[in-house]
Write a protein that binds this ligand. Structure first.
Ligand code: GLU
Length: 427
């Protein structure tokens, strides 16, 4: 039996299957990950002692292409979590029509407790342990929570050493100097911004009328907060893992970003050149941020933030899931009853893996793109998929989540059926 989180994830599959002509074989096949690997990674620490970390890599489904998905470093990483995230990647890649299946990896640790050298040894050790499970045509990792281009660079280098040839296409999200794509580091937030703009235009809402709260100020949350600020939205609250800040007048996001970069803490500031002054604001918890009376709520931190326990307190009109899985299946039902429009992770945050695909294409062709080419491809592709998902939702009067799953599932099931093994198993 699939474990708890994965069961929650596959409830979405069953809901979607009611509306689309999906074969029973395809639905059954997609309930289980293709292969899950659990490894022990021994690391020599700076003080000479040995510590063993537990890591995972799950390849969920490769019907539409080599599997694709990030690697996260987080204390709460478990096999169940990695399997659910790999499930979401499968549907995400299909929803936005990438020639990839879904995968995910992770190591259970708090990376902030390791020195840079320890982190490098751990990253290389992880690749030593999973090298035969990944590859440019097999499974292509990328960054996720608490991993970054530097770590991807070490991992690609280690894989190249093992294989005895330079293999940039094995990992995406690398530093640009090692074959990374321009625009990859901001792609998740940028893609989410394009989706949000597309959807808000449908409602005839202009930025100046809209207030926004963003939970999570990492790679994705800070980028979309800034783009919304620059487009004229009033971003009234942002938070990181330590808590959040609120101002009804709106926060100056570029200044908060600048302050966080230099001081590593988040403050409501207004900066003039390099001098930043604290401005009037309230402090609030992550939980309080979620229930603010705003137009748009953007959970951009971790999964399971909005659950059956707190869904009743959500006041936002629109939710854009920039994190993976921030809203549980039970909470979905409550939010829908409240009339809240929720735009799902597998569409909203797909910009990251989309530009990862561009990076993989560039690595394989050896021809590198300009930033404007990356942005125009990202914008036109993600907008097209958002439009289709909008239309599916209108046609069946269903949630955008179910519509996105129908869209993905149709592509997956066509590919599964076209493989032609059904008749073989029947006979
Ligand atoms: N970790 C990101 C995600 O969840 C990116 C995955 C990738 O680029 O392969 O979509």
């Amino acid at each position: 039996m699939p474990a708890a989180l994965l069961t929650d994830a596959s409830r979405r599959l069953e809901q979607a299957a009611q509306y689309a002509p999906i074969s029973a074989d395809a639905t059954e096949r997609l309930k289980f990950p293709k292969a899950s690997l659990k490894v022990a990674i021994p690391v020599r620490m700076d003080d000479g002692s040995l510590r063993v970390f537990e890591g995972y890599r799950v390849r969920y489904d490769d019907t539409r292409g080599p599997t694709k998905g990030g690697i996260r470093f987080h204390p709460q990483v478990t096999l169940d979590e990695v399997q659910s995230l790999a499930f979401w990647m499968t549907f995400k890649c299909a929803a936005v029509n990438l020639p990839f299946g879904g995968a995910k990896g992770g190591i259970a640790l708090n990376p902030k407790t390791l020195s840079k050298f320890e982190l490098e040894r751990l990253s290389r050790g992880y690749i030593d342990a999973i090298a035969s499970f990944i590859g440019p045509d097999l499974d292509i990792p990328a960054p996720d929570v608490y991993t970054n281009p530097m770590i991807m660079g070490w991992m690609m280098d280690q894989y190249s050493i093992i294989k005895g040839k330079r293999s940039p296409a094995v990992i995406t999200g690398k530093p640009v100097s090692m074959g990374g794509s321009l625009g990859r580091s901001t792609a998740t937030g940028t893609g989410a911004f394009y989706v949000l703009q597309t959807m808000m235009a449908k409602y005839g809402q202009s930025p100046e009328q809209m207030t926004v709260a963003v939970q999570g100020f990492g790679n994705a949350g800070s980028v979309i907060a800034r783009q919304l600020f620059e487009a004229g939205y009033k971003v009234v609250a942002v938070s990181d893992s330590k808590g959040g800040i609120y101002s009804s007048k709106g926060l100056h996001i570029p200044d908060i970003q600048q302050f966080k970069r230099t001081h590593h803490t988040m403050q409501a500031v207004y900066c003039k050149d390099s001098v930043c002054n604290i401005v009037e604001h309230d402090n609030l918890t992550n939980e309080e941020l979620l229930s603010l009376d705003v137009d748009i709520l953007i959970p951009a931190a971790l999964e399971n933030q909005i659950t059956a326990e707190n869904a009743h307190s959500i006041q936002a009109k629109y939710i854009f899931e920039v994190a993976n899985g921030p809203v549980t299946a039970d909470a979905d039902i409550i939010l829908e009853k409240k009339g809240i429009s929720l735009f799902p992770d597998i569409l909203v945050n797909a910009g990251g893996v989309m530009v990862s695909h561009f990076e993989w294409v560039q690595n394989r062709s050896g021809l590198y793109w300009q930033l404007d080419e990356v942005h125009s491809q990202l914008s036109s592709r993600i907008t097209r998929e958002a439009e289709t998902i909008w239309q599916i939702a209108q046609k069946h009067s269903i949630s955008f989540r179910t519509a996105a799953y129908i869209h993905a599932l149709s592509r997956l099931s066509t590919a599964l059926d076209d493989r032609g093994t059904r008749d073989y198993y029947k006979s």
